[in-house]
Design a protein around this ligand. Sequence first.
Ligand code: COS
Length: 405
Amino acid sequence: MMNFDFTEEQELLRKTVRSFVDKEIMPYIKEWDEKQYFETSILTRLADLGLMGVCIPEQYGGSGMDYNSLAIVCEELERGDTAFRTAVSVHTGLNSMTLLQWGNEKQKQKYLFPQSKGQKVGAFGLTEPNAGSDVAAMQTTARDAGDHYVLNGSKTWISLCDVADHFLVFAYTDKSKKHHGISSFIVERTWEGFSSKAIKGKLGIRAGNTGEIFFDNVKVPKENLLGQEGDGFKIAMSALDNGRFTVAAGACGTIMASLEASVKYCHERSTFGKEIGRHQLVQQMIAKMEAGLLQSRLLVYRAGCLKNQGKRNTRETSLAKWQACDYAYEAANDAVQIHGAYGFSNEYPVERYLRNAKAPVIYEGTREIHTVMQGEYVLGYRVDKPLSKTLPAWPFESVTEEAVN
Ligand code: COS
């Protein structure tokens, strides 16, 4: 059965995030972007709206909505700015959803619950200076020291590096086993030997907090190992199935913002005696944006439906991420073109959209990684096996209700 309707709850969610963005982000974003300043109070306000754990079951502190509701939140946030969608991507998509999928009950209560409430912020430490697309090239190590591990190394391009309380960190526990020797740990910022440093001078997402995190003999209790030793690569890849989903959804927000600004400008600006929207080559760019938005959304919501069914969606999510981010970059580029020389100045928001849209074509799997993955799937070189652990299907079963029945 196919159904393209949103539920009333989802429609209301979209309206709520949209008006939040219009009031709390739009008036200030130009200044935050110029100052390379991340406004942390936005996360607190999102928490007040129940949006820091939108698709996490209520028993773990979340709002219990479905996975496509997370997509809606990401679309609407990125319509304001990519920085805040990125924050939700790492907090909910890469961290909380991974704890939901892989964490034991104790870990979920201790770390997932406060994250879903927004009392604590989560982030994700996978990429290293010498390990981006090639995840297994990482150099960070976690040495077994009896009742704890000792973590050494560093991670880079970490969103919320100075803001997050908890980090999911990937490190080798046994280098000889190659990718089967990587393990995943929950690390707290306050632990001795942990430090962070923001990267300044980024092309885009300048209103976001991104940087490096360092581990200098950080003691990680054994109970903070996520899954089993050696599960790290699988955990990282399954986390990316969710992170990429949020990036793809966010890209739809950039397309919406590009369209909105361009349509407005088309009606304001006249050349050769008519509104520029009347020129066919301008219409072509507008039409491409519309097509890109609709195609991207369909791919995103299809991946979300698979998540709702508890099915593996690596292939579908990768396709959505690749396509939506490419469309968003093109849409932002065309929006600048439509604005002509004005688009080249920050008097209009479209130059920010273009700068912001470049990052998602690179992070969470470059355009090239996703292109190769799709080629391999079609040619039969890449085949996804069923997973031992998937996200819980939606609607979530409540433990409390089970107990009552
Ligand atoms: N969920 C769970 N397990 C997964 C998985 C997923 N989505 N994807 C892969 N795995 C498992 C595989 O089943 C395989 O397990 P076994 O070795 O036990 O059979 C293992 O992980 C290796 O998978 P695969 O063979 O697909 O690895 P490749 O080396 O071919 O993967 C790519 C290479 C390039 C696809 C991968 O490294 C990648 O996506 N790189 C980009 C990383 C990235 O996006 N970084 C951005 C970080 S920004 S936060």
